[in-house]
Write a protein that binds this ligand. Structure first.
Ligand code: SF4
Length: 709
């Protein structure tokens, strides 16, 4: 620093976009005092996740660090306020609301953009000291179904594999995972493996870029995934290819699963017909699976975002458990996370149905956490999950909500109803680094640090903890999320929030994972629990568990022991079901929303980078030529897409990449970029009954030309 706020140094940090968790080297320059901030980025060659590579979004990070649109001062009802005044008001309104209406009348809705230290503090404040389970995260929208499946099958939310397994596998199955666009650096790694002979099978109703180069693309009918995976399990059983020795030694539940399979016709012809694919293609998949024991099955939003998301996950896990394809190099089911710190949120209890350290609300777990925190009022039951939380706000049951680093007014399903809820809520706090569609509803706005100013840790999809380090000093009045929450907690009169730095929060969090013999569980960070501030500053990427010897752990379940009480994995019977809402004469098509290659979430960062906006400058809807012709939609023409929830307007992309009967719209556009192109307003708030994850991949819809009356 030169004393004017200008700095020029190279810092090793991590990319803030996806769950690949790439290492970034950033050389910051310029000034926060009037001059432009500049940032040159490159991939960190020493980071194991990306080994020096960056995708289009990561490479464009330098274009997103300007201060336009930033929240730089606290405000109350539109009036600039001091930090003291703002945090005192938040503390008082939360305290008063709880005193009048009870602990469950308040809620936090948080984000996979938060760092692990932030998540830990949010969870400690809400579940530990306020005493309500009402904290949930926008990660509910991306991988809650995988979490629930892991807990049922493995006894805890544990991702067994590591990225080296992707290099070593002979077969990779992409189940509802367009890795080429959503996790590009992993995909490049997989392309390299494919060039060495690895086989790729893509299960996706759309012919995505991932499917384009695959050995086999199964354009399955929406919601037929359970049928496909159950059929695979039945076929492996028929061929005598289950690993029955492994099952006998390590897995329960195979008899119940076989009984469930027997209730449906598992012939190739019947399975292929229900999945809407040719028998030859189905057989080709099953033959590839039979011939390649080293198989990784990647699953992501296309599997999770469904009213049957947990069942889909379990169907995948069942096949891997029954064939012993887990805990071995190149063999595992692999849930890939969408956000940079979705995993860190899961670890620290950022989800409404878990406590920190992968503990549940079982009395012994709850009491252990309460003792560790010295928080006798620690919540005894799970809180409301994301969609239910905003329904409770709308119903007047939640009277004060704090939204952190996320934009639910655009990103949640039925987002119009979310706006009505926020409008009606007596007290809305939003802490964020930028103005968003959601800050418009805030009574109190609190300026948080943005990616390039934050300091802490994140965990990527392979359980690898990496440091995020500040490249710029805090602009304006912006503060770290953890510090904002700690100030409010102290304003509410709670002890235990007086940390001096994020390093001390991390140490406390690591100690919790091993408290009172928690170290017997796999989420164990005891090897990191006595780090000095210097150790923390210099920390290099490491995969948990990190036991007392300080070594990381690339792969779980190598000894065949799971996290269940008897140490055995569980196969769980699942049967195929249709979507929550069937198509109808009024809405005869299936609308699927998702991401595109060069935008991130609601475009608050990527929308600032001209190069990224060129990839898809306007909202669009993909439709198959046959469907387009039937209703008179031309390629490139303005098109109305309507559902029972409302209407959007987008440019038609008539393409046979889209399955007949399906529509696809990106979920990124907001009021700031294209108000009529918002797509999640159209999505029904149908949820998986176990995970609470919304069914973004199917809502009955209709498409018609813009000018049709
Ligand atoms: Fe960032 Fe993901 Fe791209 Fe890596 S793959 S640079 S983490 S967006």
């Amino acid at each position: 620093a030169d004393g004017s706020g200008a700095i020029a140094t190279t810092v090793r940090t991590t990319c803030p976009y996806c769950g690949v968790g790439c290492g970034v080297s950033g050389a910051a320059g310029g000034s926060q005092m009037g001059g432009e901030r500049t940032l040159a980025v490159s991939g960190d060659p020493a980071h194991p996740a990306n080994k020096g590579r960056l995708c289009s979004k990561g490479s464009a990070l330098g274009a997103t660090v300007g201060l336009q649109g930033r929240l730089l001062e606290p405000s109350i009802n539109g009036r600039v306020a001091s930090w003291g005044e703002a945090t005192a008001l938040v503390a008082k309104r939360f305290r008063d609301t709880i005193a009048r209406h009870g602990r469950d009348s308040v809620a936090f809705y948080v984000s996979g953009q938060l760092l692990t230290e932030d998540y830990y503090v949010a969870n400690k404040l809400m579940k530990g000291f306020i005493g309500s389970g009402n904290i949930d995260t926008n990660s509910r929208l991306c991988m809650a179904s995988a979490v629930a499946a892991h807990k049922q099958a493995f006894g805890a939310d544990l991702v067994p594999g590591c990225y080296e397994d992707l290099d070593e596998a002979d077969l990779v199955v992409f189940a509802g995972h367009n890795a080429a666009w959503t996790h590009p650096i992993l995909f490049r790694r997989l392309e390299a493996a494919k060039a060495r002979g690895q086989k790729h099978v893509v299960i996706d109703p759309r012919r995505t870029d991932t499917a384009e180069g695959a050995d086999l693309h199964l354009a399955v009918a929406p919601q037929s995934d359970v049928r496909l995976w159950n059929g695979l399990l039945a076929e492996m059983d028929r061929r005598g290819l289950l690993d029955l020795d492994y099952v006998a030694e390590h897995v329960n539940g195979i008899d119940a699963v076989r009984e469930a399979l027997a209730q449906d016709d598992q012939s190739l012809a019947a399975v292929a017909a229900d999945c809407g694919i040719a028998v030859e293609d189905l057989l080709a998949f099953y033959d590839l699976f039979a011939a390649n024991p080293k198989t990784v099955s990647l699953f992501s939003m296309g599997s999770n975002q469904s009213a049957q998301g947990v069942a889909k996950g379990l169907a995948i896990l069942n096949v891997h458990l029954a064939t012993g394809r887990i805990g071995k190099p190149g063999s595992c089911p692999f849930s890939i996370t969408g956000q940079p710190n979705a995993m860190g949120g899961r670890e620290t209890g950022g989800m409404a149905n878990t406590l920190a350290g992968h503990m549940d609300f079982a009395p012994e777990d709850r009491d252990r956490v309460a003792r560790f925190w010295g928080a006798p009022h620690t919540a005894r039951a799970p809180g409301l999950k994301a969609v239910e939380m905003f329904e409770a706000v709308r119903a007047g049951k939640i009277k004060a909500i704090w939204v952190m680093a996320t934009n639910p007014a655009v990103s949640l399903p039925d987002a119009g109803a979310v706006r009505e809820a926020l409008e009606a809520c007596p007290f809305v706090v939003v802490s964020d680094c930028v103005e968003t569609d959601t800050t418009a509803y805030a009574h109190v706005k609190l300026p948080a640090l943005a990616w390039a100013e934050k300091d802490g840790t994140v965990t990527n999809s392979e359980r690898r903890i990496s440091r995020q380090r500040a490249l710029f000093p805090a602009p304006g009045q912006a503060r770290a999320d953890w510090r904002i929450m700690a100030d409010v907690a102290q304003g509410m009169g709670f002890d235990g929030f007086g940390w001096a730095s994020q390093a001390s929060i991390f140490r406390e969090w690591a100690r919790l994972t091993a408290y009172e013999n928690q170290g017997s569980r796999l989420l164990d960070l005891s090897g990191l629990s006595s780090m000095t501030p210097h150790d923390y500053a210099a920390m290099t990427p490491i995969q948990w568990p990190v036991r007392a010897d300080g070594q990381g752990t690339p792969r779980l379940f190598v000894d065949g022991r799971f996290q269940t009480p008897d140490g055995r994995g569980r196969m769980v019977p699942v049967r195929p079901k249709g979507p929550a809402d069937a198509v109808s004469d009024a809405f005869p098509m299936s609308l699927n929303t998702g991401r595109i290659r060069d935008q991130w979430h609601t475009m608050t960062r990527t929308g600032l980078a001209p190069d990224l906006c060129r990839h898809a400058p306007e909202p669009f809807v993909e439709i198959h030529p046959r469907d387009a012709k039937a209703v008179g939609i031309k390629d490139g023409a303005l098109t109305r897409v309507s559902t029972a929830r409302g209407e959007a307007v987008a440019l038609a992309r008539v393409t046979d990449r889209q399955r007949v009967g399906g529509l696809f719209m990106p979920m990124h556009w907001t009021d700031a970029f294209a108000p009529s192109g918002k797509s999640n307003h159209l999505i029904a708030p149908n949820l998986d009954p176990v995970s609470g994850q919304p069914e973004f991949k199917h809502t009955p819809a209709r498409a018609r030309p813009y000018r049709e009356t």
